[in-house]
Design a binder for this molecule. Structure first.
Ligand code: AP5
Length: 233
């Protein structure tokens, strides 16, 4: 894949229920446009693994499939976006997820519109991946990832060459703690109750672009790249 780094992109917001393919597509946008993937789920899991104060506060909430408090998540995102690699743009994967987070992001971006030192002064391109419920369940229960390189696989759709082993690092693949059956329903419920209104808000304000996320990974990527190219044209 040829990387396009000559221009600013986004910010790009990827919305969609658990297992929709946000992380998979964010990595492809990152490779294509050289902008970082800011995944609040990954950042929280890193904090849990490192046993930070934030990780300790988030651990039990995540294990129940509920959402971590808006304050903690927004502060974490603010810190991440201050890193210099987000200057040309960034992909928000799994954020915003509540009305309060969407309001916080709008305020942040509005502030940047008046800050000439920040080149990424634009409203986000909001892309929602729509996926059939039964496919979501297969994607979540079949997901495996590499503990060292983070590459995502799926035993049904993108299996590794050798069962349960990462193609790149040779490490044994792991299942996410919250991909257990009993946690999937609360995660889907949190999406319906707290994140759907965020998508509705972006739709009402004419900023939501829906993509057919049922299609194979390459076909979804193609739709997203087209949107990002059209947005720039
Ligand atoms: P997070 O990590 O964000 O999880 P999620 O939103 O539930 O999304 P997933 O990571 O499950 O799915 P995905 O859409 O990225 O799909 P993926 O590409 O992996 O959040 C985890 C927790 O952290 C939350 O429950 C909450 O507690 C907390 N949290 C995070 N953000 C927060 C926030 N903003 N506020 C408060 N709390 C927050 O794909 C899934 C599988 O399908 C993979 O196996 C993949 O290989 C496969 N696949 C992907 N695309 C396709 C395709 N097109 N065809 C076939 N298979 C596919």
């Amino acid at each position: 894949m040829v990387q396009e780094t000559s221009r600013d992109v986004g910010p790009v917001v990827l919305l969609g229920p658990p297992g929709a393919g946000k992380g998979t597509q964010a990595k492809r946008i990152m490779e294509r446009y050289g902008i970082p993937q800011v995944s609040t789920g990954d950042l929280l899991r890193e904090n849990v693994a490192q046993g930070t104060e934030l990780g300790l506060a988030a651990k039990a909430v995540m294990a129940r499939g509920e959402l971590v408090s808006d304050d903690l998540v927004c502060n974490m995102v603010r810190e991440r976006l201050m890193k210099p690699d987000s200057k040309r743009g960034y992909i928000l994967d799994g954020f915003p997820r509540t009305a309060a987070q969407a309001g916080w992001l709008d305020a942040l971006l509005e502030h940047e519109l008046f800050d000439n030192s920040r080149p990424t002064r634009a409203w986000p391109i909001v892309i929602r991946l729509d996926v059939d419920y039964n496919l979501l369940l297969l994607r979540i229960t079949g997901r495996r990832s590499c503990p060292s390189c983070g590459r995502i696989y799926n035993v049904h759709f993108q299996p590794p060459r050798i069962d349960e082993v990462c193609d790149v690092t040779g490490e044994k693949l792991v299942t996410r703690n919250d991909d257990r059956l009993e946690v999937i329903q609360p995660r889907l419920k949190a999406y319906q109750e707290q994140t759907r209104p965020v998508a509705d808000y972006y739709q009402r304000t004419g900023r939501l672009i829906s993509v057919n996320g049922d299609l194979p990974v390459d076909a979804v990527t193609e739709q997203i790249f087209r949107i990002l190219e059209d947005h720039h044209a």
